[in-house]
Structures are given as structure tokens and as C-alpha cells.
Write a protein that binds this ligand. Structure first.
Ligand code: PEP
Ligand code: MG
Length: 592
């Protein structure tokens, strides 16, 4: 079911989007088509017909949402292409809602007792042939649309989010409608140059993963798929949010020069690796690393970071259809703790749900009208102890090999922390009974402050937490009601909003009063623009993607604590985020 894209002249085209991972990639385009699905066909027993129809309905609803999103994006393209794309997607939506198509598939599930995928393939093929046989050339061409819709349905049914990217030409740039965090985890930066896609926001996990792997990326590019063909030469400029298709020789030469300059800057910053992160007046600021995948471990030492401030354990659940057991999790964690050679590792319990979906957890997660407000993170772990217990056991066991801290995501009440502590004690006793070595004393248990309610109740949470980690990505999203992964509202996402800053300040003050450590591990921790403000607010630990460490350290070396504190207080008196940004930028530019 390949889609035959219309041939476009190969002149240069410059497309705008959201630059979410800095840097420049130059390479051939690989347009990920939905053409390589492995669809399994089988008979189903009578008792499974209802469940199979429900699966179809769920897939059709998901496909409808995807097309709806694409249609909204098409408005952002100018000229004829927008109109053409708009009509096309409307036709796809109508097909997905039509009883002719869905009813036909249902009849095949029921009558032929075929699984939903097989029924979709049979129905689509029959319908496409009907169209092809029509005399009218316009109608016969619609067969292609039928196939595309069928393909989308199959993709949603099989929920194939994980396509490998091996075997592509070295330096290829992946182009797709949507790229999930799990897809990104499969990209090897030694093989893949970068990527660009139609959907996605700047603070979504795909973006975070791209930054952490050092893959230049531009998301939210409406005109991408109608413009780019596999094999086109592309420049992805992740710093400026541009995708340049078939660049002119002059443009190419300019970008090649930039690549050289960037490599020179990285080499020069690498010299800071062993320099202590201290302000001009001697205040030490702990710099740690956020780890998404174990394969980034070598970057931690290269960066000169003092430990892992946030290990997101979601990688263990990605790109698979089963769940990792205790032993597997222990092995993965132990490897990381050992590699850190005595430097602390902060391991976060599972934070799946919301935009972070794992295929292996489909059953537990279920459908939610508001996934970000639903059964996410600690809520899921506490509801499904069979998820939490092996994680805690693995952490307790890995804590034998070095200092390990446990971090709980999306906490809103002290009761949740107490419930986890209870599970932790139980798990420790169970392991001890079996004679298995565990961390002694038990690891500290910290709380992510990433929901406004948690920040406002930081005083009460500080009574049950051994440390705080402020997750400004979610804190900004929940405070401002802006979906961090949604490109259409990305321009409104602003951690410099006074409400967000007040919540950070409130949390830091509560931690200082309770004498517990507090770090910031959201993406602003790795952006030198925010360093002086955070340090001025009293933050003494920052955790960020390994690549950001040298730049942030360089900023710390130039800061005078007292002036930063005074400027932070001045900023906190402001009510307007524009004014806040101006005061901060002015402070940064005068190199204080
Ligand atoms: C955050 O929300 O700021 C955070 C660090 O957690 P995540 O990005 O994994 O949600
Ligand atoms: Mg978070």
C-alpha cells in the first residue's frame, strides 16, 4: 500500500517549525512511510468477536484524532497545497466515520471470524478495487485514499510505534508525520543525522530525547510531507527551527561552516570538564545529568557531571509488548550505578501515562479523556503494585553497588509518599527474608514537584520527603494549562511566567526551611539563560542533559551569587513575563 507522492521540482524550499534540539544535520531524507507493517492474520473464536470490534473502534477513533490533528496543521500551510491537503484529509476523516467502511470491516470480523487487521486488509482491498473499476478518473483515483486510510487504521491497530532505523544511509534525516519518544530511542546518533516531523511540541518527550541524544530536530512542520521525498538532500537546523529541502550550494556551504564552528565550540567547552562548578564568589552548584537511555552513560563522565540527578526508567518499557521483570530492571540499574563509581544516581519510578505511552502498558493505562490528568506516573504505580514492587526491589538491590536515591513522579499528597514508603519497607523485608542483599540504610525517597498543588503544599510534602526535584516541564504545563507536547500552543509555553517562578521559589523556600536538598531537573536547568535566576532563587543543584553541562558550568563560573540573588528578587517582584524576560536577558548580557 505505498502512496505515490506527486513529483515536485527539486528547487530549494525552506520550511519553518519548532527547533526542539539544537544543532545542524545535513543528509539525505528518509521519509518514513507507513508501508512496512507486519500484519498478522488469524481466526478468532466467537467469544472474541466483541473484543475485536472494540479494538477496531478504538483504532478508528485514534486514526480520526490523528487526521483531525493533521487537518488543523494544514491550515498553517500557505497556498494551494493547503487547500489540496485540507480536502484530502477531510475525505479521509469522512471515510473513517463512514458506516460503509467500518461496518464492512465489522461484518468481516463477525462473519469470517477474522482478526481486525485481517478484516481491515480484506475490506480495504475490496473497496479500493471497486473505486479503481470506476470509469470516472477522479473517482478511480480515490482508491489511493482508501488504501491510505486503511494503512492508518492498521498502524493504529497494530500500534506499531517502534520502527527500527538501522540500515539507512549514514547521516540520514528521518521525516515522518509523528515521531514518538520510543521511535527516538531507536535512533542511533552515529547512524541518524537528525529528524523532523509534522506534529509535536518543544517540551514533549520526543524533544527531550532528541536533545539528550544530540540529534538536531525540528517538529511541528506543517508542509513537510507534501514537500520532502526520500533521498532529497536536507538541512535540519534545530537551533533556528528550519528544514531546508534541496539547499542551494551557497546555503550548503554556509551550514558546513557553521558545523565546523560548532565543533570548535564543543572542543573548547570540553576543557571545563574538571573545573569545579563554582560561582565567582565561591558558591558550589551541583551539576548532574538526566539520563534517558543507558547508552548515554559515557556522556555523563565526559560532561564532568557529579552524578545522575534524574534517571527516567521509562526506557525499560519502550518498544516491547511485555513488561520488564525485577531481575531485568535490577541488571539495568546495577550497570548504571556501578558505572557511576560512587557518584549518586537518582532513579525515578515509572512515569508513564499522559504523553508518555508504553505499548506494554496498554491494558493498565486504558483510555482517558485527559491523559495528562489521568492515571499517570505514581498514580499508576500505586494502583498497580505489580508494577511498583519489582521496580522498588530492583532499586533496593542496585543500591548495594553505590549511592542510589528513589524519586517519585507526579506526587500531589503526602499520603502517596507514605504509601510508597510502606511498599518499600515491605519489599525490603521480603528481599531480606530471601537473603538478598539490599541497600543499607534504605535509599532516600524524594518527591518531584511538578504539579502546582504539590508546590503550594511543599511544606507538608517536605515532612515526608528526603529531597525535592522540581520538574519544571510539567510544572509549567500544569500551571499554565499548556500541553507541553502540542505544537499549536507551544508559543504560550513559558517557564518565565510569574506563576511558574513563584511556585519554584515557594518550593525552594520550603525545602530550605525543612533542610532537605532541592534540585531543578526540568529542561530549564540545562539552559544557561535560566542559570543565574535559579541560582539567585537558592537552587544549588541542577540536573540536565549531559550535553548541556559544559555551557551551564561556563555560565556558573561567570555569576556572582550576590548580584544574582538581588536580580532574582527584582524579577520576583514583576508581574509581567515580558518584563521578567527583559530583566533576565539584560542580566545575562552584562555577564554578571
Ligand atoms: C519535568 O516534568 O520537568 C520532568 C523533569 O519530568 P519529565 O520531563 O520526565 O516529565
Ligand atoms: Mg515530569
Amino acid at each position: 500500500m505505498k502512496t505515490d507522492k506527486k513529483k515536485k521540482p527539486r528547487e530549494e524550499r525552506v520550511l519553518d517549525g519548532l527547533g526542539v534540539a539544537p544543532g545542524v544535520a545535513i543528509g539525505p531524507a528518509y521519509v518514513r512511510e507507513a508501508g512496512d507493517l507486519q500484519v498478522v492474520e488469524y481466526q478468532i473464536p466467537a467469544g472474541k468477536v466483541k473484543a475485536e470490534k472494540a479494538r477496531l473502534a478504538e483504532a478508528a477513533a485514534k486514526a480520526g484524532r490523528q487526521v483531525g490533528k493533521l487537518k488543523a496543521k494544514a491550515v498553517g500551510i500557505h497556498g494551494l497545497a493547503a487547500e489540496e491537503l485540507g480536502y484530502l484529509l477531510e475525505a479521509h476523516l469522512q471515510m473513517l466515520n463512514s458506516t460503509r467502511l467500518i461496518g464492512g470491516i465489522e461484518r468481516r470480523i463477525e462473519g469470517d471470524r477474522r482478526n481486525a487487521e485481517a478484516a481491515v486488509m480484506a475490506e480495504i482491498s475490496a473497496l479500493a478495487q471497486e473505486f479503481e473499476a470506476m470509469e470516472d478518473s477522479y473517482l478511480s483515483a480515490r482508491a489511493e485514499d482508501v488504501r491510505e486510510v486503511g494503512h492508518r487504521l492498521l498502524r493504529c491497530l497494530t500500534d506499531v510505534e517502534f520502527h527500527g532505523f538501522s540500515g539507512l544511509e549514514r547521516g540520514s534525516i528521518v521525516i515522518a508525520e509523528e515521531i514518538s519518544p520510543a521511535d527516538t530511542a531507536l535512533m542511533d546518533p552515529r547512524e541518524i543525522g537528525g529528524f523532523s516531523c509534522v506534529l509535536g511540541g518543544a517540551e514533549g518527550h520526543t524533544a527531550i530525547m532528541a536533545r539528550s541524544l544530540g540529534l538536531p530536530a525540528v517538529v511541528g512542520v506543517p508542509g513537510l510531507l507534501p514537500t520532502v521525498r526520500s533521498g532529497d538532500l536536507l538541512i535540519v537546523d534545530g537551533s533556528n527551527g528550519l528544514v531546508i529541502v534541496n539547499p542551494t550550494p551557497a546555503r550548503l556551504a554556509g551550514y558546513e561552516r557553521r558545523l565546523k564552528d560548532m565543533a570548535r565550540e564543543v572542543r573548547s567547552l570540553a576543557r571545563l570538564r574538571d573545573v569545579p562548578a563554582k560561582t565567582r564568589d565561591g558558591q558550589h552548584v551541583g551539576l548532574q545529568v538526566n539520563l534517558e537511555l543507558p547508552r548515554e552513560l559515557n556522556q555523563v563522565s565526559e560532561s564532568g557531571a557529579e552524578g545522575v540527578g534524574l534517571l527516567r526508567t521509562e526506557f525499560m518499557y519502550m518498544n516491547r509488548n511485555d513488561l520488564p521483570g525485577e531481575e531485568e530492571q535490577y541488571q539495568a540499574l546495577a550497570e548504571i550505578v556501578k558505572a557511576m563509581k560512587g557518584r549518586p544516581v537518582t532513579v525515578r519510578t515509572l512515569d508513564i501515562g499522559g504523553e508518555k505511552l508504553a505499548t506494554s502498558l496498554g491494558e493498565q493505562l486504558g483510555e482517558s479523556a485527559n491523559p495528562a490528568l489521568g492515571l499517570r506516573a505514581i498514580r499508576l504505580s500505586l494502583k498497580e503494585p505489580q508494577l511498583l514492587r519489582p521496580q522498588l526491589a530492583a532499586m533496593l538491590r542496585a543500591g548495594v553497588h553505590g549511592p542510589l536515591r528513589i524519586l517519585l513522579p507526579m506526587i500531589t499528597t503526602p499520603g502517596e509518599v507514605r504509601a510508597v514508603r510502606k511498599e518499600l519497607d515491605k519489599t525490603a523485608r521480603r528481599l531480606a527474608r530471601r537473603g538478598i542483599a539490599i541497600a543499607d540504610p534504605l535509599p532516600p525517597v524524594g518527591v518531584m514537584i511538578e504539579v502546582p498543588g504539590a508546590a503550594l503544599a511543599a511544606d507538608s510534602l517536605s515532612q515526608v520527603a528526603d529531597f525535592f526535584a522540581i520538574g519544571t516541564n510539567d510544572l509549567t504545563m500544569y500551571t499554565l494549562a499548556i500541553d507541553r507536547g502540542e505544537e499549536r500552543v507551544a508559543h504560550l509555553y513559558n517557564p518565565l511566567h510569574p506563576a511558574v517562578l513563584r511556585l519554584i521559589q515557594f518550593t525552594v523556600e520550603a525545602a530550605l526551611r525543612a533542610r532537605i536538598p532541592v534540585s531543578v531537573c526540568g529542561e530549564i536547568a540545562g539552559d544557561p539563560r535560566f542559570t543565574a535566576l535559579l541560582v539567585g532563587l537558592g537552587v544549588r543543584e541542577l540536573s540536565m542533559t549531559a550535553k548541556a553541562v559544559p555551557r551551564v558550568k561556563s555560565r556558573i563560573l561567570s555569576i556572582d551569587m550576590h548580584t544574582a540573588g538581588r536580580r532574582a528578587m527584582m524579577i520576583m517582584e514583576q508581574v509581567d513575563s515580558g518584563r521578567i524576560a527583559a530583566l533576565l536577558d539584560d542580566f545575562n548580557e552584562t555577564a554578571n
